[in-house]
Design a binder for this molecule. Structure first.
Ligand SMILES: Cc1cc2nc3c(=O)[nH]c(=O)nc-3n(C[C@H](O)[C@H](O)[C@H](O)COP(=O)(O)O)c2cc1C
Length: 367
């Protein structure tokens, strides 16, 4: 594992920040990545993170190439620094009619209670970084392209890598990390079970068995030779310092950035994050069709109690989204990780600077 190189690094806050393949290549002042988080990660959020010395990320979940182009242009207008563009990978969602009908019937009563009309037919298609997205990436050349739920087809990966973009994907087990390394990624995100958002697994790992970051991170760091980025529960100086001690070359932070004013987050979601505690989240596939960690609420309990099988991602999400869009706290998808209570209302520059300062202080205390 390429750890900190002695004598290299940035003297900041009285601490020599580890310099490694990742920070050098991406010219990062701080080894802090803002997780790309679907629509919550706005161009303003990503630009603010990059401008202060971290790495900003834009999620392209369900976006057309035109929409993706607008988001990248929005970032470039606000920052001349590095950008991480992120794609989820999933197959065409095949919805069995009997499963679809049962789910639509169940949701109709909930739609009626909110005056939402008829539950629509489920929507959604394959997410595989198609030719229009590849063309966009080759034209706009974001410094980093990252993937969730595995990797796209080898020829897509080759095209992106040949154009000089740095490729990252997430692993939830050592076996997944080894597979990503063999496929040629430049860095691996170790995603612990604490993480907010979707489980990154692409091998069908039973998510009740997903390891916590404290166990996963050192084992992935031992198993691969590319830099490892820690994700899941990293939200303050203590958790960031711990990640470096456990073998990380950088951290990727999601939930704490949801509290930033630049994030696109519903008021009800912000209120729930502000009241979160250590034991308020649950991993379930009932909202989107794929295992994801949320603050538990009525929407989740209702769907779990129904015993109905969710449709595959993103078809299930297309049915629950109108309820979520009502902005009613009981019926909105409140995505969050287990360390939500460590975060506070802030802005992106302040959060990155605070993480850097607190981490440096923690690490200095042990040096
Ligand atoms: C609201 C939200 C949306 C997310 N969306 C994505 C995404 O689109 N792509 C991705 O790679 N990871 C996504 N993630 C997961 C993060 O990459 C990361 O694994 C996680 O946020 C780290 O844990 P933390 O939330 O405790 O910081 C999302 C996380 C959150 C909280």
């Amino acid at each position: 594992m390429p750890g900190p190189s002695p004598g290299k690094g940035l003297w900041e806050n009285g601490y020599m920040w580890p310099s490694n393949a990742l920070t050098e290549r991406l010219k990062l002042k701080y080894p802090i990545l803002q997780a790309p988080m679907g629509s919550a990660s706005t161009p303003a959020l990503a630009a603010a993170v990059t401008n202060v010395g971290g790495l900003g990320g834009l999620g392209m979940w369900g976006r057309t190439a035109e929409q993706a182009a607008r988001r990248i242009a929005g970032f470039r207008q606000q920052s001349g620094g590095s950008l991480n563009v992120n794609y989820p990978i999933w197959p065409d969602p095949r919805c069995a009619p009997e499963i679809t009908d049962a789910m639509r019937r169940h949701l109709q009563l909930r739609y009626d209670a909110h005056g939402l009309g008829a539950v629509p037919e489920p929507k959604g298609e394959v997410s595989d970084v198609g030719p229009d997205h590849v063309a966009l990436l080759l034209e706009t050349k974001p410094e980093v392209v990252s993937f969730h739920f595995g990797l796209p087809e080898p020829e897509v990966l080759r095209a992106i890598k040949s154009a000089g973009m740095f490729v990252i994907s997430s692993a939830t087990t050592v076996a997944e990390a080894r597979r990503l390394e063999q496929s040629g990624v430049d860095a691996i995100i170790a995603q612990g079970t604490e993480a907010g958002g979707h489980r990154a697994t692409f091998t069908g790992t039973d998510m009740s068995m997903q390891p916590g970051l404290f166990s996963l991170l050192p084992q992935i760091a031992d198993a691969v030779s590319v830099p490892v980025i820690a994700a899941g529960g990293v939200a303050d100086g203590r958790t960031t310092a711990a990640a470096f001690m456990l073998g990380a070359s950088a951290v990727q932070v999601g939930t704490a950035f949801l509290r930033c004013e630049e994030a696109d987050v519903l008021d009800a979601h912000r209120a729930a994050l502000a009241e979160a505690n250590d034991a308020c989240t649950v991993v379930t596939d009932v909202i989107s069709g794929r295992a994801c960690r949320y603050i538990r609420n009525k929407l989740i309990d209702d769907l779990i109690e129904s015993g109905l099988q969710p449709l595959p991602v993103p078809a299930q999400q297309s049915l629950t989204r109108p309820l979520s869009d009502t902005g009613h706290r009981d019926w909105t998808a409140l995505t969050a990780g287990q360390s939500a209570a460590l975060a506070r209302d802030t802005n992106a520059a302040e959060l990155v600077e605070r993480l850097a300062e607190e981490t440096a202080r923690r690490l200095r205390a042990f040096s």
